[in-house]
Design a protein around this ligand. Structure first.
Ligand SMILES: Nc1ncnc2c1ncn2[C@@H]1O[C@H](COP(=O)(O)OP(=O)(O)OP(=O)(O)O)[C@@H](O)[C@H]1O
Length: 608
């Protein structure tokens, strides 16, 4: 909101400048009816406030009035309501409004204090009104300029505050490549001060060439590129966004906003880690084997030694690798996972070691860092290492031994500080024998070996995981399922789980989806689980059922066949070749739930 008081001094100077020339007294009154400036008698009235009957009030209430003229203050209607009419020394007045944005914000008047002045004032009224209106306009313009200036200052301060509060470093340059602005973050990232202002940008970024940047800009007039920054001992790669500044369709300079590559990697890593939370706590299992593996891994996590994790597919090798990284001192740095089996042979080198610009047709501008570079200071997880082509194994071995990588098409090698974790389901010893895996690489990787036993070898974990996933999927799928029927559970415990935890999880998700009752029945299992049942029981020595299990199974089958009523149990006992009392005792011992058997028997009957 503008106020005439903002230019009070200027108005007084204006009044004093033209009052003597015109030979009238001048007064400027604001919209609070206070005298702001005045000459002669009015100088003493500065800051005096007029009452509501004053002429300025009349101008304010009717903004269309171009001017008010009092030819004789004693008889004019305009002075009728004025409190000072009787004592007023003024003979005649010409008053013009001072208008700002269509609102009257004050008045400018010329006053006659004797008869001669009165006569001249009235006879020159038209000329004087035109003059006063010009002066009023001049005051308004000055006020506008002042308001604009302070608005520009406020905006510049706000802009500065915003620019200084962002994490990106921002440097603005003019058309001559001279630095015009450096924000706070840029000063901190590059460890520079404002003494760089006015200098050529190449003093900071030696490779920077505005003409070249402009040639490579895309349609939105910006370019994403990497910038190398070297200063004394400091060397860093910046990920930058260069935007063209245009004025009247001509280039006026550019802004370069940037972040340190390492900083971005850390940030991305934190976000991913937060989402996934891969810690040892997320690896479920109470079996002796899993407990020991978790304990040992937590111990070796803090070293930089290479770890090779072996085990069948789906046993959780990737989970363990992520957990090692999360437990290690590198947890705040990148964890880069590479599935060696999924990368086409021809791309392995550029994916792992990166490439320089122009290394091959289709190579990206500015080149591309490889997985090893991205994992710098962090961990690289080489999954399915057994599937890495033999000719590439030599290159990998060299990197592991020298801790240096060379980008495809590059001439310089770069140091990489990376902890290596690897995994495979292949029998690497056998592969070494067959000549499919290099012996030297095997030894380099097999520094700390871990073997994750298959699920069928740790029945305790099957039970635990069954219930964990059942709980998880009943919640996710919003089903009202309480448990597995005993038969269903047994079926699952007897299954060989060739796909291990991954297969178990999928099976439970499948069953929870299909199940319509409150208990998971074996009918909700995928066919392979049921079909695999018998072959498995005698296939693997480790899971030959015990006599007690067979006994339990026979009792359940008999109860399903004959039913669970008193009479039915008598018949079941007979069929089993045991006494009724023995049958009751065994039902109690094996905790066989008649309700489940009834549900299942009913469903079997309905299906048959
Ligand atoms: N102990 C466990 N606790 C909870 N979930 C597990 C466990 N082991 C494996 N999983 C789950 O099983 C699935 C397979 O795990 P992961 O990918 O780590 O296995 P893998 O051994 O690396 O398999 P592959 O060799 O096929 O790559 C994942 O969904 C994982 O969450």
């Amino acid at each position: 909101m503008v106020n005439l008081r903002d230019v009070e001094e200027f108005i007084q100077q204006v009044a004093e400048a033209f009052a003597p020339v015109l030979d009238y007294e001048v007064a400027v009154i604001d919209d609070a009816l206070e005298v702001l400036a005045g000459t002669g008698r009015y100088q003493e009235e500065i800051n005096t406030q007029y009452g509501p009957g004053s002429m300025t009030r009349k101008l304010i209430s009717d903004p269309d009035q171009k001017a008010l003229v009092v030819e004789d203050s004693k008889s004019s209607d305009l002075c009728e309501e004025c409190d000072d009419r009787e004592s007023c020394p003024v003979w005649a007045v010409i008053m013009c409004p001072i208008v700002y944005s269509s609102e009257v914000i004050g008045s400018l008047s010329l006053m006659a204090f004797n008869q001669e002045q009165q006569k001249n004032l009235i006879s020159n009224r038209l000329k004087l009104i035109t003059f006063l209106r010009k002066v009023a306009e001049f005051i308004t313009n000055t006020l506008g300029e002042k308001a604009m200036k302070s608005q520009v200052i406020v905006m510049a301060n706000k802009f500065k505050a915003v620019i200084n509060s962002v994490h990106e470093g921002i440097i603005a340059i003019n058309d001559q490549q001279q630095i015009t602005h450096i924000n706070q973050s840029a000063k901190e990232i590059l460890k520079i001060g404002k003494e760089q202002i006015g200098k050529d940008i190449s003093i900071l970024f030696s490779d920077f060439d505005l003409d070249e940047v402009l040639n490579n800009m895309n349609e939105g007039n910006y370019l994403e590129t990497r910038i190398k920054y070297r200063q004394e001992n400091k060397k860093m790669t910046l990920i930058s966004n260069i935007t063209l500044i245009e004025n009247d369709n001509k280039r006026a300079g550019a802004t370069i906003s940037f972040r340190e590559l390492d900083e971005i990697k850390k940030l991305a890593n934190k976000i991913i880690a937060k989402d996934n939370q891969f810690t040892f706590d997320n690896i479920k299992g109470t079996s002796e084997e899993i407990t020991k593996i978790k304990d040992d891994m937590q111990r070796v996590a803090h070293t930089d030694s290479t770890v090779l994790i072996r085990g069948e597919s789906g046993t959780g090798k990737s989970m363990f690798a992520k957990a090692i990284h999360e437990e290690s001192d590198r947890r705040d740095e990148s964890f880069i996972e590479v599935n060696c089996a999924a990368i086409p042979e021809s791309l392995l080198e550029s994916e792992l070691f990166g490439y320089e610009e122009g290394a091959f047709t289709g190579a990206k501008k500015g080149g591309k860092p490889g997985k090893f570079e991205l994992a710098h200071k962090g961990t690289i997880f080489l999954d399915e290492i057994g599937d890495m082509p033999t000719h590439f194994q030599v290159k990998l071995l060299k990197v592991i031994e020298t801790k240096k990588i060379e980008r495809v098409g590059g001439v310089e090698s770069t140091d990489v500080d990376v902890r290596i974790l690897a995994a495979t389901h292949h029998n690497l010893e056998e592969m070494v024998q067959e000549g499919d895996f290099r012996k030297d690489l095997f030894y380099r990787l097999n520094v700390i070996p871990f073997y994750i036993p298959p699920l069928r070898k740790r029945k305790e974990d099957i039970t635990l995981l069954l219930h964990l996933f059942l709980k998880e999927y009943t919640q996710t799928l919003q089903k009202d399922i309480i448990d597995f029927t005993k038969t269903a559970k047994k079926e699952l415990l007897n299954y060989s789980w060739p796909g291990n935890v991954r297969e178990l999880e999928n099976t439970i998700e499948y069953a929870v989806n299909l199940e319509t009752s409150n208990y998971i029945t074996k009918e909700s299992f995928p066919d392979r689980i049921i079909e695999n049942e018998t072959s498995f029981e005698f296939e693997d020595n480790s899971i030959i059922p015990t006599i007690s299990e067979l006994e339990q199974k026979a009792i359940i089958e008999a109860l399903k066949e004959f039913g669970t009523s008193g009479k039915a149990k008598k018949r079941a006992a007979k069929a089993l070749g045991i006494s009724r009392a023995t049958l009751y005792r065994k039902i109690k011992k094996f905790d066989i739930d008649s309700t489940h058997i009834d549900i299942e028997a009913k469903q079997i009957k309905e299906l048959s």
